[in-house]
Design a protein around this ligand. Structure first.
Ligand code: TMP
Length: 253
């Protein structure tokens, strides 16, 4: 069989040409990076967990009418997606202060936001993905005002959906990042959710204990990252047997 053409390789995923025009295959690697790849490791099973979790969140969003790039899962590490033109912005929604908003504004971690805050970061590794304002986005042509309004509304719908889902399994959705892409249906342009939604791109805290169940476990050396992601998947009923796909032996009395 001819080798598939690699279209793009990022820090945690690879994109290959898809079987039909307008499609891509998204492959989830086990690589974990933080602080713009200054810290890196390989976490066994992370790619498998994120593939399944992203599938779960994206199909849930589709079912409530939020458009996403997800078409179908192909195997343990790959999913078929719609090719989009990625808007070069990371859209972050925050419900509780954590991470960069704390260091930037001196807010104590864990402080609830008066309302969900939507922020935009310019996707540029060389610059370290700087925070940008709507003024910058429009002035430099990264998105139009109408796109920005649509992006905020998509981000808040994702926030409502994910917050509710997480609350139902005892997890607080502290914040998350999404990426948004453009697709064309004839001459009409639409924005859809792209990339991934997984514990790599969210902050998830246990409601009772505030145990961190997201990539901060890796960023801050708080324990086993795959265990944390497996716990999220288990609570949501996604691959209850764990990322190995093989159930553990059970003791028969
Ligand atoms: P921050 O507090 O570091 O700005 O991160 C906000 C959210 O965005 C958090 O859930 C982690 C996520 N995020 C990414 O998915 N990719 C990134 O490169 C960064 C910096 C954050």
């Amino acid at each position: 069989m001819a080798r598939r053409k690699k279209v793009y390789e990022g820090k945690a995923k690879i994109l290959y040409e898809g079987p039909e025009p307008g499609t891509l295959v998204q492959y989830f690697k086990d690589d974990a990076t933080a602080f713009n790849a200054e810290k890196r490791d390989v976490i066994d099973g992370k790619g498998v967990l994120n593939n399944r979790l992203s599938e779960f969140f994206m199909t849930g969003l589709t079912s409530v009418g939020v458009p996403t790039h997800f078409i179908k899962r192909i195997n343990m590490r790959e999913q078929l997606i719609r090719a989009v033109e990625i808007i070069p912005l990371e859209v972050v929604v925050r419900n509780v202060a954590a991470g960069s908003i704390c260091s930037r504004l001196g807010i104590e971690e864990g402080t609830p936001m008066p309302r969900p805050i939507v922020e935009f970061y310019f996707k540029n590794d060389e610059l370290g993905d700087p925070l940008v304002s709507e003024e910058h986005i429009i002035a430099f042509g990264w998105a139009a005002q109408q796109d920005l309004d649509d992006m905020v509304s998509l981000a808040l719908r994702v926030n409502d959906f994910l917050s509710g889902l997480m609350l139902g399994v005892g997890i607080k959705l502290v914040d998350f990042k999404i990426e948004i892409g453009r697709i064309w249906d004839n001459e009409f342009m639409r924005l859809i959710i792209a990339d991934e939604i997984s514990p790599d791109s969210c902050r998830l805290w246990d409601i009772e204990t505030n145990r961190k169940l997201d990539k901060d476990v890796f960023r801050r050396d708080l324990g086993d990252l795959a265990d944390a992601y497996t716990e999220v998947a288990r609570r949501l009923g996604v691959m209850p047997q764990g990322p190995s796909g093989v159930s553990k032996p059970t003791l028969i009395n």
